[in-house]
Design a protein around this ligand. Structure first.
Ligand code: GUN
Length: 293
């Protein structure tokens, strides 16, 4: 039987509609229009595309966007100066530094300089720590999007086996924490994991975030599992492929996300939501909604 497709387009549109409605509510209450500032250093083509996508999402949600494009030769000190100016500007509610940064800039030093209350990526040590300990935080957008996609299947995660393949700070680790918050039994696999296929086959929910096209094949999937494909790999033919071999996986899984049209769209939508949440918090408004999963 062929898996049901979890449609990122439909779910992302819902999240963006919720964000747009919250923007209108803030405006009606006399609060500032949410504003996202993006710092983009250098000419990385994929980053240019991502940032244009963020600009268009902001426009669609009624969020103001400011994109600061800096040359590849920008020094770390210059970038930190620009960041400090945005941090001090009360009209800017969210700050995102597009990654990767040029090699001469230390991403950890730059991320640590983002004020946690404006850290809509959820990458700062304060937000990462609060996610770990269960405090108030901004949840990184990709894992937040993954959880929303899993929730759309109606699966109750409590007591289920969840396997995350990949242990990055941006996706794998926070995804594992969010699944744990939902009372799943979580296994995190990585490049040194032995018996990976067998572990994956036990998963009721499988999150693939390895960065290798077609790495997870149908024979590694439990029949009926929910498969979330975080990978965005561009092949030599220019086409985007996920970390999951879609053709073989969809014959076994119960639900599966496509690439493109899956997690990537949700990441962008969750960024809009986090920006609205940042603006609301900075205006002293409680939107009364948690996006922690
Ligand atoms: N580069 C690729 N994905 C992301 C993301 O989610 N946030 C930032 N800041 N940079 C990225």
């Amino acid at each position: 039987m062929s898996a049901a497709i979890i449609d990122g387009k439909i779910l992302a549109a819902q999240v963006k509609q919720e964000a747009a409605a919250a923007v209108r509510a803030l405006q009606q209450w006399g609060k500032a229009t949410p504003c996202l500032a993006v710092l983009l250093v250098g000419e990385d083509p994929a980053s240019q595309v991502y940032v244009r996508g963020k600009e268009s999402d902001c426009a669609a949600c009624g969020i103001e966007s400011r994109v600061c494009r800096l040359p590849e030769t920008t020094t770390q000190a210059e970038l930190l100066d620009r960041l400090a100016a945005l941090a001090a500007d009360p009209a800017v509610h969210g700050i995102l530094v597009q990654l990767p940064l040029p090699r001469h800039i230390d991403p950890a030093a730059v991320i640590a300089a983002i004020p946690p209350e404006k850290d809509v990526d959820g990458f700062t040590p304060v937000n990462a720590g609060n996610l770990l300990t269960g405090g108030s935080c901004f949840v990184p957008c990709t894992p937040a999007g993954c959880l929303r996609m899993i929730r759309s299947t109606g699966l109750d995660l409590a007591g289920k086996q969840a396997v995350v393949v990949g242990r990055s700070n941006i996706v794998g680790k926070p995804a594992a924490l969010l699944l744990l918050q939902q009372n799943a039994t979580v296994t995190v696999c990585h490049s040194r994991t032995q018996g990976l296929a067998e572990i994956c086959r036990r998963a009721d929910v499988l999150v693939a975030a390895v960065g290798k096209a077609g790495f997870i094949t149908g024979d590694m999937i439990k029949p009926g599992a929910v498969v979330i494909d975080v990978g965005i790999n561009r092949g030599a033919d220019g086409k985007l492929r996920g970390d999951v071999d879609f053709a073989s996986a969809r014959e076994v899984a119960g639900f599966i996300t496509p690439v493109p049209g899956g997690v990537g769209l949700m990441t962008r939508a969750m960024l809009m939501w986090n920006t609205v949440l940042a603006a609301a918090r900075q205006s002293g408004v409680d939107l009364g909604v948690s996006r922690k999963g």
